[in-house]
Design a binder for this molecule. Sequence first.
Ligand code: PPS
Length: 567
Amino acid sequence: MASNLAPIPELYVSYESAQKLKVEAGNLASHDLTPRQICDLELLMNGGFNPLKGFLTEEDYDSVVETMRTKDGALWPMPVTLDVSEKFADTVELGQDIALRDQEGVILATMTVTDKWVPNKSREAEKVFGADDLAHPAVNYLHNHAGAVYLGGPITGIQQPVHYDFRARRDTPNELRAYFRKMGWRKIVAFQTRNPLHRAHQELTFRAAKEAQANLLIHPVVGMTKPGDVDHFTRVRCYEAVLDKYPSSTTHLSLLNLAMRMAGPREALWHAIIRKNHGLTHFIVGRDHAGPGKNSQGEDFYGPYDAQELVRQHQEEVGIEMVDFKHMVYVQEKAQYYPIDEVPEGATVLNISGTELRRRLAEGLEIPEWFSFPEVVKELRRTKPPRAKQGFTVFFTGFSGSGKSTIANALMVKLMEMGGRPVTLLDGDIVRKNLSSELGFSKEHRDLNIRRIGYVASEITKNGGIAICAPIAPYAATRRAVREDVENFGAFIEVHVATSIEECEKRDRKGLYKLAREGKIKEFTGISDPYDVPENPELRVETEGTDVDNCAHQVILKLEQMGLIAG
Ligand code: PPS
């Protein structure tokens, strides 16, 4: 199959019209696009999502969800929808034009709203992702992040989203087509990836290019991938580090600003269509393509080769040939990679899973040369130092007067004595003086206070420091939200200072309990306001009968056990 490299239709208007439209669009009702919508819009406008001409209408959406085709019969497995809040949807009339802005407020496109509807998200989850299960990242997105209403209609493109990173490595479908024309490439196989390239991937891509007698395009996704993946900055540095291992006259690296959904088979087919639009003739589909991991029952969402099966059924219609691969493993005796079904009998197979790789990186353990390239490992280690060098947050929670601040102070001093990482104490009282001085003790205000602490702690953690927080933080849901914020960047250790309310009241170090009993302080935690006891904290310390030094030491031991401080 040789490529037709003629330009593909884009949705942009001419430069002059765009300048005019941009001024006019300033008066339109406008929607601030989410990061995912910006990715989708870019590929709509530049032809990556050809034949779509805008965000799906209701009829197209129903048809795509049910049959993987638009109502006109075009193969399209993934709903590309503009989800908005009910509040915004209420202000929009059908037939009206709206401006679509990026997160800085720049107008990227206008859309004529032809459709507005409330989608059945559970049906979308079942049909598109295979289960209405929040363990699937796209289902979680659908229910917990996407707006309640979808708007559909054609797009008029004004300008591409701006990227400040790796500009020279980003190509639109037409730029890639032009590159292939210029190079005289007629057969090109694409390798889609959201991971750093290790030796198995290199072997697989070499074999694929050889098998298809084609040039190779390494086409990694840099838009949005699976939560927890290695960030794209690091990955691109890794790709660049190994590019010279490929023959430069037959291999090209280009970045794709796609927002993945991790939808396995449907996603693989979608990827194939997107690659066809970029001028590719062949497309590699390996084991568990775009797999989302385990469901809430601990089982895989899709079979390991379901994606290959679906792409095989449709490759002719799409006009791209699949190069399928089994899982690649290293055969020790041969010092070489083989597809798992071609391993010579009795040979010793070596394999390092993604989880094992993460563990080795986290613990600073050896990563063998047969598995990856030293240049790649060096880049990964630079971004993810071993746990004992990463930032983390210790979050104390408990009643007023339980001893949180005292233990937190002792812990801070002990960690500073060890040295190596900056330590910041975000004590309840200090925060209320410096960050939250206007707040009271209603549920709303307490939540706001804790979210602010969580934000600062997550920034400290991200930048490799230690944050020690010591607020009351009475609500479990808010503590969980802070945990999620921090765990994006490092460990979160919840410590319940489990002093009973009776003991706190008996101590009454600040005289507040007396005032609370007399009704002079309202909404007092434990007296006239609730406290959700943590169900599964990393550590629970009992202060009655234990001195402060020992309580702080228990936290140190926990940190050691978790590998966060060197023993
Ligand atoms: S919260 O719920 O997490 O936002 O509370 P926090 O920011 O930790 O503030 C608790 C300190 O404020 C004093 N104080 C009160 N605590 C609880 N309830 C009420 N109504 C209240 N009013 C004032 C109290 O001294 C707390 O300090 P700690 O250090 O916990 O003893």
